[in-house]
Design a protein around this ligand. Structure first.
Ligand code: EPU
Length: 418
């Protein structure tokens, strides 16, 4: 199994290009099922999660052509069948559940293995199911499976108790060919949902307001194939912003959307990091004296939970007390134990972490407990004295394209060891 070895202390300089967003491309690949034809995804991020959802689609007879040199994925959904996809694949990645909405929409019935919890929380799917039921589907859960059946899906008004990203996406995809109008209230507002709305509309759907708290979907009879480039990855961009800050360096990050990065820019600016945006590029200057800050994760446009562990890494290196509160997932502080092995001073109190910044982190062997935790430990390694080895790096490969190569390009002393 591969691990990443970082020898800390190098100043970073130069430029890095951000890839397109994992959390946009996964629902979009699932959405291709709806077209019944060919969809082309340009500039797709070549990531483990993308390969897994592609394999899930293959098991239901989609034709998938992934060209790793041009980053293009062609998905032919004309031969998709309403059959049972491999439950091992579905269990491997929770986002596989995003095929449920499109499959019910296209075939009127579908059975899928229940996604389990994961390291960061139990992650129920009750809101997805509530949405399918509201559209007229009969939903049954049992023996490790979810089964949904609907003679005809009919548009409805659905209020989400919590603005769940996945539930908003799954319900949008179930509703695009339902009869009449669907309104999702208290919908998640993440930019990836706006991107999914744009993608569905380019297939001929009529989705209004995706990316706001109220999404209106007027059902259409059928959809056609399309071509789409996903938005850039705001979490990858944020991770590189912190790479600059934690090494007290100045770098340029290309391929960003300032609007999507607002909560991250605001918090880093509060610490004293200087950020200058010019179109789709930004200069991040972490060379000044940095101050502690408090953060609380919230649904978009609040501070993203997917940046919590990376921000925690930075705050461990800033003198003074910072408090990080996690409100989205109940178990997203596993990285704290690993960071303590590197000399971090973190105390967990329920949903909050109290961090006392230390002069210097020290290299150690640490384990990536989930995707963003792994990225955060690499960030700690960049600033630590000596060598850090991050094991279980497959978590990081799920969501970061060539992370060690991109950091090498910025001057970091980092390598992957098989
Ligand atoms: N929730 C429920 N019931 C549901 C659905 C969600 O209680 O039916 C709860 C979850 O348990 C959680 C909260 O609502 O506590 C938020 O979950 P949400 O559904 O919004 O998250 P998700 O769709 O499962 C996506 C991203 C995550 C990201 C979250 C929050 C994808 C593929 N995944 O997950 O990304 O953390 O939104 O922004 O889009 C990551 O990239 O590292 C990652 C975990």
């Amino acid at each position: 199994m591969s691990k990443i070895v970082v020898r800390g202390g190098n100043e970073l300089k130069g430029e890095v290009n951000i890839s397109t967003a994992k959390n946009s491309v996964l629902p979009i690949i699932a959405g291709c099922i709806l077209s019944g034809g060919k969809c082309i995804i340009d500039d797709a991020p070549m990531l483990e999660d993308v390969f897994v959802i592609s394999d899930v689609l293959r098991t239901i007879c989609a034709g998938i052509d992934i060209n790793r040199s041009s980053n293009r994925i062609i998905i032919d959904s004309s031969n998709i069948e309403e059959c049972d996809p491999s439950s091992d694949l579905v269990k491997k990645m929770r986002a596989s559940f995003l095929i449920m909405g499109p499959m019910i929409s296209r075939f009127g019935k579908f059975k899928l293995s229940l996604p389990g919890g994961c390291n960061i929380g139990t992650r129920p799917i009750d809101l997805h199911l509530k949405g399918f039921s509201a559209l007229g589907a009969e939903v049954n859960v049992g023996h490790g499976y979810v089964e949904a059946y609907a003679k005809k899906l009919i548009g409805s008004k659905i209020y989400l108790d919590f603005p769940s990203v996945g539930a908003t996406e799954n319900i949008m995809m179930a509703a695009v060919m339902a009869e009449g109008e669907t309104i999702i209230e208290n919908a998640a507002e993440e930019p990836e949902i706006e991107d999914l709305g744009r993608f569905l509309n380019s297939m001929g759907a009529n989705v209004i307001g995706a990316g706001s708290d109220t999404v209106r979907i007027i059902g259409v009879k059928n959809l056609k194939g399309t071509r789409h480039k996903p938005i850039c990855d705001r979490i990858e961009a944020g991770t590189f912003m912190i790479a600059a800050a934690i090494t007290r360096s100045k770098i340029k990050i290309n391929g960003i959307n300032e609007e999507h990065l607002k909560p991250i820019i605001a918090k880093l600016t509060e610490t004293g990091v200087k950020i200058k945006v010019n179109g789709d590029s930004m200069i991040v200057d972490g060379t000044g004296r940095l101050k502690p800050v408090d953060i609380k994760t919230m649904p978009y446009p609040g501070f993203p939970t997917d940046m919590q562990s990376q921000m925690t890494a930075l705050l461990c290196t800033i003198q003074g007390t910072s408090i990080v509160t996690e409100t989205i997932f109940e178990n997203r502080f596993m990285h704290a134990t690993e960071m303590k092995r590197m000399g971090a001073n973190i105390k967990i109190d329920g949903r909050s972490a109290v961090i006392e910044g230390v002069d210097r982190l020290t290299g150690a062997e640490v384990r990536a407990t989930d995707l963003r935790a792994g990225a955060a430990l690499i960030l700690c390694g960049l600033s630590a004295e000596g060598e850090t080895q991050v094991t279980d790096i497959y978590h990081v490969d799920r969501g970061y394209v060539d992370i060690e190569k991109k950091l090498q390009g910025l001057g970091a002393d980092i390598e992957r060891v098989e």
